[in-house]
Design a protein around this ligand. Structure first.
Ligand code: MRU
Length: 345
């Protein structure tokens, strides 16, 4: 599969997800502003992928800094970091990755600017590689929760496209499939931006994993008919109390799952766990443009032009609905997240 994001010959190369599945286009970002625009416009999206891309954006911006004065360099990186951090507020991986990049400079006071620039590229590539490894490990833990013959419902896209590779929720599904389990997936289309229809359906079909696409309002009836055995979704931020922010509509899936006695799992790397956010109410929820609701992926307008619209991009699923959080360290009850992850990531 084409990498979601990579550092290639001094540019940040992205698979432009806004064009999928119709066109497979590569976007080369040559400055950090282009990286920030790509994140804002959902050309690259998904919490882990946003973090990796922002790290590469910092490396890119650092390479363009002319000054050889350390203080001026630090100030410039601060400005680049702030610009990238302003793109999307909910996915904590973005802020985690930016902080990790800044620490490279803080922890190495004796390096020259040339050496620091090389270290920043190295760190961004390490974050990228670690993300793939975390997804694979998480996939192995999560696959143990999936039984042969089961059908899994997922929401949005938490796949290879949403990470540096392999995926979180889809990593679990992929690992179960690779271990020989005969499973099927139901993918919610995920209005308004259709990550399920455009990306999850495409990604699973590329791998030959059986997938059935449903509109978001069909999930309840599929559960009632006994067609769904387990739900697995990703996360944009997990608060210290185990509350989970993920794509809008996730909460509805979790409530429906509980009503039907279906286990609802969240798969996310430790970079998505935010011990500084005590609970879901403290998670900032991104509000996106009215145009996303007013039409369907560039279609003609489907509602009166002046209709009042709200467009929260994420919702919060309270911890009580979550059967388990699948991480690269194992599967935890939401109640155990604080204890397990309080000692840092
Ligand atoms: O708006 P998006 O497409 O960035 O939202 C993505 C999601 O909500 C994913 O489920 C989440 O980031 C987890 S991705 C492994």
């Amino acid at each position: 599969m084409i990498p979601t994001v990579e550092w290639k010959d001094g540019v940040v190369r992205l698979l432009d997800q806004s064009q999928l599945p119709g066109r497979v286009e590569i976007l080369d970002c040559r400055d950090y502003q282009a990286v920030a625009n790509a994140i804002r416009e959902l050309r690259v999206r998904g919490a882990p992928a946003i973090g990796v891309t922002a790290a590469m954006g910092i490396a890119l911006g650092a390479n363009a800094v002319q000054s050889t004065d350390r203080q001026e360099f630090v100030t410039a990186i601060g400005k680049i970091g702030d610009h990238l951090a302003s793109t999307r507020p909910t996915a904590v991986n973005l802020f985690w990755a930016i902080n990790r990049m800044k620490q490279v400079i803080e922890l190495q006071p004796n390096l020259s600017i040339v050496e620091l620039k090389a270290c920043l590229v190295h760190e961004a590539e390490a974050i990228c590689q670690e993300d793939i490894e975390m997804c694979r490990t998480m996939g192995r833990y999560g696959a143990e929760l999936i039984q042969h013959g089961q059908t899994i419902l997922t929401h949005c896209n938490a796949g290879a496209l949403a990470t540096a590779g392999y995926g979180t929720a889809l990593g679990v599904i992929r690992a179960a499939w690779e271990s020989g389990k005969n499973i099927e997936v139901f993918a919610d289309e995920t209005r308004p931006v259709l990550q399920g229809a455009r990306l999850t359906a495409w990604e699973l079909m590329q791998d030959g994993i059986p997938v059935t696409l449903i509109t978001d309002n069909m999930a309840g009836t599929m559960m009632r008919q006994g067609k769904i055995h387990v739900c697995v979704v990703g996360a944009d931020r997990i608060a210290a109390n185990g509350d989970v922010a993920n794509k809008i509509g996730t909460y509805s899936v979790a409530v429906l799952a509980k009503a039907h006695g279906i286990p609802f799992y969240v798969a996310a790397p430790s970079s998505t766990i935010d011990m500084d956010t005590p609970n879901g109410d403290a998670i900032p929820i991104e509000e996106r443009s009215r145009e996303e609701v007013l039409s369907v992926h560039g279609s003609p307008r489907i509602a009166p032009e002046d209709v009042k619209i709200v467009n929260p991009a994420f919702d919060v699923t309270p911890a009580e609905y979550v059967a388990g959080i699948i991480t690269e360290r194992g599967v935890f009850s939401p109640d155990d997240i604080a204890r397990e992850f309080s000692s840092g990531r």
